[in-house]
Design a protein around this ligand. Structure first.
Ligand code: GDP
Ligand code: IMO
Ligand code: MG
Length: 427
């Protein structure tokens, strides 16, 4: 499998970090290509838990090259903090981490704009991670007020920052915010020059590097952030993130053409979670939801917010599996459902008196659907020690098989606990 992608098929936190770490030893290069420090990927190795935001989950193998590609938005202070944190834990972060000079840079005003924008949404905020992700991508698309990592090394950087801050002051004062007045252009430019100096050993033309790598037949692993239902174009807009987080985003963010991709893993939790606002048709705002939250420790990696929990939604996941070109499914956190007397899968929606199996394109329609459930018997056994499919209770296997059938894809991986060892490779 020379070029593999790991794509979350739900609303994020599907345990992509665990799968990427597991697949890393079969690859030469691990690439993050969209999103930013809104992501929180957990890797558990030898009982130690690591949380990564921007740095690819391949970082634990020093011989693997980690790449943060052009489509990522980067807060230099966050990435430097993450690098320091990993080094303090004895993890090598040196030439094995490469960051694109094309990455767009997050400044303090983006974080402030994120906060103000959330307030302007009234009683229906998006529930962002407040990391300045949306405002940074907006400036990228708008072009005039954007800074790329490569700009921070150029002579015109101070003047560029001063001009942008002038424009941002106007924006803030129009919004009635005092934040603009507090920004000191010289100080920001000097601070970011300092960041640039520290990041310099990692900054490179990753687009050229990745094109050379695929043309030479090297084995690449693309690590998606967020989940396909949070995709800016194909997700539950406007309750989405600001990048293409479904499989279609791999080429856009990395610069590697889709024709080189040979395998796409679609990562799903055995149930549904969502953090932040927006419709979640199968949400269980009741004792079952709480049981899933407790057993799955469903609290945000980044923001610590309790995640909303519900039954597995096969309508949504079938849509995103198709959208992302998924070959094989990785069913994660199956152990969380143990002990429930019965488990449910949403196999269709009812909308305006009609039964549908296609995923509605408008969030308002998705909010109005009634899930149609299929109920399967649960299993009581502890499955956290299973290493082969035939060690799973029959009902757990039936549940996984039914998901596979509904999504029209084989299951390649089943995860029964956070540790690397708690994994069943089914293929
Ligand atoms: P990501 O953002 O997709 O990488 O996922 P997160 O790291 O945000 O959330 C997944 C959480 O589930 C982490 O705390 C993992 O350690 C944990 N985890 C991963 N696989 C399993 C599993 O099979 N069972 C259980 N119980 N926890 C898991
Ligand atoms: P990983 O990679 C879960 C959600 C936020 C919010 C929406 C927009 O760990 O799966 P943003 O800050 O991106 O503008 O927020 O997207 N969100 C995530 N939810 N996992 C993530 O990343 C997320 N990244 C963003 O909660 O609803
Ligand atoms: Mg996460």
């Amino acid at each position: 499998m020379p070029v593999t992608c790991v794509i979350g098929l739900q609303w994020g936190d599907e345990a992509k970090g665990k799968l990427v770490d597991l697949l890393t030893d079969r690859h030469d290069i691990v690439v993050r290509y969209q999103g930013g420090a809104n992501a929180g990927h957990t890797v558990v190795r030898d009982g130690r838990k690591f949380k990564l935001s921007l740095i690819p989950s391949g970082i634990f193998r020093p011989e693997v090259q980690c790449v943060v590609a052009a489509g990522v938005v980067l807060n230099p202070a966050s990435v430097l903090g993450e690098i320091d944190g990993l080094r303090n834990l004895g993890i090598k972060v040196a030439e094995n981490l490469m960051i694109s000079d094309r990455c767009h840079v997050i400044f303090p005003w983006h974080v402030e704009e994120d906060r103000l924008l959330e307030q302007q949404c009234g009683d229906e905020p998006i529930g962002t991670t407040l990391r300045g992700i949306g405002p940074c991508y907006r400036d990228k698309v708008g072009r005039g007020l954007a800074v790329r990592l490569g700009d921070m090394f150029r002579p015109g950087f101070e003047a560029q920052v001063e001009r942008i801050i002038g424009a941002k002051r106007d924006v803030f004062s129009a919004l009635g915010s005092a934040a603009g007045a507090a920004i000191d252009a010289k100080q920001v430019a000097a601070q970011y020059r300092g960041y640039a100096e520290r990041l310099a050993p990692h900054v490179a033309d990753t687009t050229a590097y990745l094109l050379d790598a695929v043309e030479a037949g090297r084995r690449l692993l693309f690590e998606g952030a967020q989940g396909a239902l949070l995709d800016i174009d194909h997700g539950t807009f406007p309750f989405v993130t600001s990048s293409n987080s479904s499989g279609v985003g791999v080429s856009v963010g990395s610069g590697v053409p889709g024709r080189y991709i040979s395998k796409v893993f679609g990562v799903i939790k055995a149930y549904s979670t969502r953090v932040g606002g927006g419709p979640l048709p199968t949400e269980q705002d009741n004792a079952i939801g709480q049981q899933i939250r407790d057993r799955g420790n469903e609290y945000g990696t980044v923001t610590k917010r309790p995640r909303r929990c519900g039954w597995f939604d096969a309508v949504a996941a079938r849509y995103t599996a198709r959208l992302s070109g998924v070959d094989s499914l990785a069913v994660m956190l199956l152990d969380v459902l143990s002990e429930l007397p019965e488990v449910k899968i949403c196999t269709a929606y009812e909308l305006d008196g009609r039964k549908i199996t296609n995923f509605p394109g408008h969030a308002d329609d998705l909010r109005r659907v009634t899930p149609v459930y299929e109920t399967l018997p649960g299993w009581r056994d502890d499955i956290t020690g299973a290493v082969r499919l035939d060690q799973l209770p029959t009902n757990a296997r039936k549940y996984v098989d039914r998901i596979s059938e509904l999504l029209g894809r084989p299951v390649g991986v089943v995860s029964v606990g956070p540790d690397r060892r708690q994994t069943i490779f089914a293929e």
